[in-house]
Write a protein that binds this ligand. Structure first.
Ligand SMILES: [Zn+2]
Length: 300
C-alpha cells in the first residue's frame, strides 16, 4: 500500500504570488508528489473541514466563531499575517480536518501525512504567525476525546518554536510537546513546551542531527506513545527566507528519516504535517516539503 496522503485543492487560498506567505507551495507540492509517482488514487485522501465542535476543543469558542463567520478583529488578523476571508477561513478548517484524517490514517496504517498543517503558532485564544487554527492541537484533542489515543507525543522540528501548541497542550498530561528550533527565530516571547531545545544561528547538518539522535530515544522512553505528530517544517533549510539554521537538502532528508525511522522502528504510528517553509523560489520550496513524503514512503 502506498503512503496515505491527505490533501485538498483548497489548501491553496490563492494569495498573490508576491505575498509573504508562499501559498502556491501547496499545489506545487502536489505536483512534486505526482511527479514522484506518489499521488495516485490509492494514496490520496481528501480532507474535509473540521467542524466547530473539534476546533473548540483547542481554541476559544468566540475565536472559532469569528474565523468561521469571517469576522476576526483586525488586530488579530494583523498578528496572523493576513485577513480571514472566506477562502482563508475554509483553508484553515480544511487543513485542520486534514490533520485529523491523517492522524486516523496513521493509527490505521502506521504512517500518513497531510500536505498542509503544522500551524503551531495558533494559541488557544487566537491565531498568530501565519497560523489560524492549531491543527495538531485540535487533532490531538479530538483523538483523546474519542479514546482513539491515550498518550500523544508532538515532535516539532519547524525552525520556529511551537508556542501555540505549548499554550494549548502543555499541562495536559496526555500530550508531551517537544520543540527544537532556532533560538533567535520568531516568536520573540516563547511559551514553554514540555521540552524545548533552542539552537544557535547557523547550526548545520552535523550538529543538528547529532542533537536529534540524542533526544529521540529520550522522547520514546518517556511513555508508551499511541501516536507521534511530526511537524517537519523545512524552514530549517539554509536557503529559507525566515530560518537561521543552515540545513542542506541532505540534512533535511536525514532528519526526516531519523525521526520517522526511530518511531516506526518502535511500532509507533507517525502523522506527518509539513509545517513552515518560506522562499520566493516556490518550486524549490515544494521539493523541500516533498522530502517528508519521500522519507515517509519508505515506512508505509
Ligand atoms: Zn516555521
Amino acid at each position: 500500500m502506498p503512503l496515505q496522503i491527505v490533501h485538498h485543492p483548497d489548501y491553496d487560498a490563492g494569495f498573490a504570488t508576491n505575498h509573504r506567505f508562499p501559498m502556491s507551495k501547496y499545489p506545487l507540492l502536489m505536483e512534486a508528489l505526482r511527479a514522484r509517482g506518489m499521488a495516485g488514487p490509492e494514496a490520496l485522501n481528501t480532507a474535509t473541514p473540521a467542524p466547530a465542535s473539534w476546533l473548540k476543543l483547542a481554541h476559544a469558542a468566540d475565536y472559532v466563531d469569528q474565523v468561521i463567520s469571517c469576522s476576526v478583529p483586525e488586530k488579530i488578523e494583523r498578528e496572523i499575517g493576513f485577513p480571514i476571508d472566506p477562502r482563508v477561513s475554509l483553508r484553515a478548517q480544511l487543513a485542520t480536518g486534514g490533520t485529523v484524517l491523517a492522524a486516523r490514517l496513521a493509527l490505521r496504517h502506521g504512517i500518513a501525512c497531510n500536505t498542509a498543517g503544522g500551524s503551531h503558532h495558533a494559541r488557544r485564544a487566537q491565531g498568530a504567525g501565519f497560523c489560524t487554527f492549531n491543527d495538531v492541537a485540535v487533532a490531538s484533542l479530538v483523538l483523546l476525546a474519542e479514546g482513539a489515543a491515550q498518550n500523544i507525543l508532538v515532535v516539532d522540528l519547524d525552525v520556529h518554536q511551537g508556542d501555540g501548541t505549548a499554550d494549548i497542550l502543555t499541562g495536559d498530561p496526555r500530550v508531551f510537546t517537544f520543540s527544537m528550533h532556532g533560538d533567535r527565530n520568531y516568536p520573540v516571547r516563547k511559551i514553554a513546551s514540555d521540552l524545548d531545545i533552542a539552537l544557535p544561528d547557523g547550526t548545520g547538518d552535523t550538529a543538528y542531527l547529532e542533537r536529534l539522535a540524542t533526544i529521540l530515544p529520550q522522547l520514546s522512553a518517556r511513555a508508551h506513545w499511541d501516536l507521534v505528530f511530526y511537524n517537519a517544517g523545512v524552514d530549517v533549510h539554509a536557503e529559507d527566507r525566515l530560518g537561521r539554521l543552515a540545513l542542506s537538502n541532505d540534512g533535511l532528508r536525514s532528519r526526516d528519516e531519523m525521526v520517522i525511522g526511530h518511531f516506526r522502528g518502535l511500532g509507533i504510528p507517525v502523522c506527518g504535517v509539513i509545517g513552515g517553509g518560506y522562499s520566493t523560489d516556490v518550486p524549490a520550496l515544494a521539493a523541500r516539503h516533498a522530502i517528508l513524503f519521500e522519507a515517509a514512503s519508505g515506512y508505509a
